[in-house]
Structure formats: structure tokens, C-alpha cells
Design a binder for this molecule. Structure first.
Ligand SMILES: [Zn+2]
Length: 295
């Protein structure tokens, strides 16, 4: 009963917080509240030194108009169960195939970066390594901890894990636990939001969107100590109200299931990804990554 009351209190406070934020036209999450490590340092590209007399007008830092970076989309990193339908098979990359893919990326000069790196590149002009690539994992399956996480660590790579928090809250054994999430986050993996329940977010009222979008941000922050800034639409579905809510809680960018690899700040709420199909040959994987990267 006490727990229920506490949950209700949190929800009421959350709603009030967002409502105040929206009404005042200011972000619900004030920038000032964030710990400094959550902010991309406002370092700008170094100014060329010159002995010439300074001109009256300062030259603004040159920002890239767009960035071509493949954001790979994975789901299960495990063998599909016996009798799996074609959808489950397509969503499942076997651990040995996944390891071959990581080996391919390492051997061919790719560097895994985070969505924070990509955003800082577009927003602040911070440079990216050659052949940058983002690896994302949707839904928070247990096999992300059992297979993806150790293999990423083995190759010194970084992954972005979009978790659906109620799958964890209710102790579903097919999904991660908060302890696993905490360990992965502490080891340098990015834990970002894939909503609370994975339901379709379209045509919903304000309270529903607060519950689905603000709640996971608070929970991930509480468990990892890092405030998530990116969002993955459940089943790739969204509408204008969803985007408005994401912006109101200071989400920096969101990813869809649409195919593409050219990202801008203007299309930040609909960044596209590259699906990795289960049972795809290494040759097919390599060709997909090469074309997405513009090679
Ligand atoms: Zn999903």
C-alpha cells in the first residue's frame, strides 16, 4: 500500500514537473539540474593561430550539415528457439555470427562510437574517428548481457542498449535485470530508453506519454547515475505528440526502424538505422555496412 502511494506520488510529481515545464515554455528538465558529465563539453575546434590583426567579425565554428554514420539495429543475440517463426529468426543473430561481424568491423577499420559522439559531432563540430559506426540493441533482452556485452568488451567496442523498463521492473527472465543494466553502464555501455511498456505510442493522451517517456528516463537515471538522452520508438511508431513530449523532456535524438544512415540535427527525432538480419551471411553484412557508410 505504501509502495502504491509512493508510486502515485512520483507520478503526480512527474506530471506536475512536465506540466510546469510545458506551460512556461521551458524544458521540464532544466539543464542546470544535470551533473556536468552529462553535458557535452562545449569544446570547439581550435582556432587557427594568426599574427594578422583580428577582424571585427568572429568566424563561427563550422558545423557539419550532416553525418553519414551507420547505426546498426540488433534485437536478439542468440540462436532462435526451436519452432521460431520467420520474424523471430530474422530478429535473432547467433552469438558466433555476431562475433564474426565484430571481427569484420575491427579488421576493416571501423570504430564504434556512441550516439553522444554523433550528436556532439553535429551539435558542436567535434570530430569523429574514421569509419564511425553505432551498434544499437533493442528491447533489453537477457542475451544482451549474456552474449552481446561480453563480446563487445572482448573487442573493445561500445554498444547502445535501448531498454523497455517495465520488462525489467516485473522481473521477466527473458530480459535484463537492473543489476545487469548497472554493470553494463558502469563498463561504458550506453543505456537509453525504449519506453516503459513497448506499447504503440501513437494517438495517446498527455498522461500516457508522460508515463511511457518520462518514467523510464527517471528510472534509468536512478539505476545507472547517467541521464539518458536518446529514445527508440517501440516498433518504430510515433506521431507529433510523441516528438513534442520527447523534446519537452530534453531528448536529444530518437531512432526509428526506417532504413538510412545520413543524420542531421533537423532530422534528429527520426534518425534512421540499418537492420541486421538474422542468418545473414558475413558477406551480406559487410556489403550492407559498406553501402551504409558510403564506401
Ligand atoms: Zn522494440
Amino acid at each position: 500500500m505504501f509502495r502504491l502511494a509512493r508510486v502515485a506520488l512520483v507520478v503526480v510529481l512527474s506530471l506536475a514537473f512536465v506540466w510546469v515545464g510545458l506551460c512556461s515554455g521551458r524544458p521540464a528538465f532544466g539543464e542546470a539540474k544535470l551533473p556536468p558529465e552529462d553535458q557535452p563539453p562545449a569544446t570547439l575546434p581550435p582556432h587557427p593561430t594568426s599574427t594578422a590583426a583580428p577582424t571585427a567579425t568572429a568566424t563561427p565554428a563550422r558545423l557539419p550539415a550532416s553525418a553519414r554514420v551507420p547505426i546498426l539495429m540488433y534485437h536478439y543475440i542468440s540462436e532462435p528457439p526451436p519452432g521460431a517463426d520467420r520474424y523471430r529468426i530474422d530478429l535473432s543473430v547467433a552469438p558466433q555470427d555476431f562475433e564474426q561481424q565484430l571481427q569484420y568491423l575491427a579488421a576493416n577499420g571501423y570504430t564504434t562510437i556512441s550516439l553522444y559522439d554523433l550528436y556532439a559531432h553535429l551539435k558542436l563540430g567535434r570530430s569523429l574517428p574514421p569509419k564511425p559506426i553505432v551498434l544499437t540493441f533493442d528491447d533489453g533482452y537477457r542475451d544482451h548481457y549474456e552474449h552481446a556485452f561480453p563480446l563487445l568488451q572482448k573487442y573493445g567496442m561500445r554498444g547502445t542498449f535501448f531498454i523497455t523498463t517495465d520488462f525489467i521492473n516485473f522481473g521477466n527472465p527473458n530480459y535484463l535485470t537492473w543489476e545487469m543494466v548497472k554493470e553494463m553502464s558502469a563498463a561504458g555501455m550506453d543505456i537509453e530508453s525504449h519506453a516503459r511498456t513497448h506499447r504503440d505510442l501513437r494517438n495517446r493522451d498527455f498522461q500516457f506519454l508522460v508515463w511511457e517517456i518520462l518514467g523510464p528516463i527517471e528510472q534509468i537515471t536512478a539505476h545507472t547515475g547517467k541521464r539518458p538522452r536518446f529514445f527508440c520508438y517501440p516498433s518504430g511508431r510515433y506521431d507529433d505528440a510523441v516528438i513534442r513530449m520527447l523534446r519537452s523532456v530534453q531528448t536529444w535524438a530518437a531512432v526509428t526502424t526506417e532504413h538510412g544512415s545520413v543524420h542531421t540535427l533537423a532530422n534528429g527525432m527520426t534518425w534512421r538505422r540499418i537492420r541486421v538480419h538474422g542468418r545473414a551471411s558475413l558477406e551480406r553484412f559487410a556489403a550492407t555496412v559498406r553501402s551504409a557508410g558510403g564506401d
